[in-house]
Design a protein around this ligand. Structure first.
Ligand code: G3P
Length: 249
């Protein structure tokens, strides 16, 4: 079986909020960072933001971990960002590209970068948005821009040219890395690598399928046929009895 992963240069960050799986992923050499967001935290049943974050950071202190601000007001976001960033030297603060009023976060991005806070500008969907914040990240020692490739694809638009263009633009900004966020399938890792995207995030469901990379397709087909056969048997389906009750009269 061809080992796809050994040739992949794109770093993989685990995206989630389940502590058990974060612990597991911290032991996985393929994972070099972590991201989460308020939606994933809510889904995972987190009820105390700070305690959760400190728990994560007590386990992971040598890989970047992104936590997001939760205000809609830029001054309050700044206050939160400074607090979140004080929780650990490996903390990256996620700043949404706009607030809910569609006001761009570029001034806040500049203030935080100037203050030495490492940020991850999140929920970016277009190159135009990226170009509005990028000049304000020039003082950053390290920074990230997360383009939501999967959501772009959900909108029926191919994210690949957008990601390729973003990588090209960032070649003039060596301290800023592009994150392929919201992936939808394992193949996105290959695509991210093809366009030389620096990082891709992956949720648990994608991480669980990494072992399929390079799998022989005829073997995969056979496994699929076996799955149908085994599930039919386990369900006790029978084509030839009790059919009458399904006949539409
Ligand atoms: O890190 C961003 C990611 O969690 C969003 O994913 O699946 O909600 O588009 P999704």
């Amino acid at each position: 079986m061809k080992n796809f992963l050994q040739d992949i240069k794109t770093k993989i960050f685990a995206d989630g909020a389940d502590l058990k799986s974060i612990i597991e992923m911290n032991n996985n050499p393929l994972i070099s960072g972590f991201t989460t967001n308020p939606t994933l935290m809510r889904k995972a049943g987190v009820n105390n933001y700070k305690n959760f974050a400190l728990d994560v950071l007590s386990l992971i202190n040598d890989k970047p971990v992104s936590f997001e601000v939760i205000s809609d007001d830029f001054d309050e976001m700044e206050r939160q960002a400074l607090e979140i960033s004080s929780w650990g030297k490996n903390v990256i603060v996620k700043i949404p590209i706009t607030n809910t009023k569609k006001e761009i976060s570029s001034s806040l991005v500049k203030r935080l970068c100037d203050a030495g806070v490492k940020i991850n500008v999140t929920a970016v969907f277009t190159i135009e948005q990226m170009m509005k914040v990028l000049p304000n990240m020039s003082s950053a020692e390290a920074g990230y821009i997360s383009i939501f490739a999967g959501r772009i694809a959900d909108a029926g638009i191919d994210p690949l040219p957008i990601m390729a263009e973003a990588v090209e633009i960032l070649s003039d900004h060596p301290k800023i890395e592009l994150i392929w966020a919201s992936p939808r399938e394992v193949y996105n890792i290959i695509q991210a690598d093809q366009v030389k995207c620096h990082i891709i995030t992956a949720t648990d469901d994608i991480l669980k399928k990494l072992n399929l990379l390079g799998k022989d397709l005829s073997e995969f087909s056979l496994d699929t046929v076996k799955m149908f056969f085994n599930d039919a048997a386990a369900a006790g389906f029978n084509i030839f009895t009790d059919t009458e009750k399904y006949v539409v009269k």
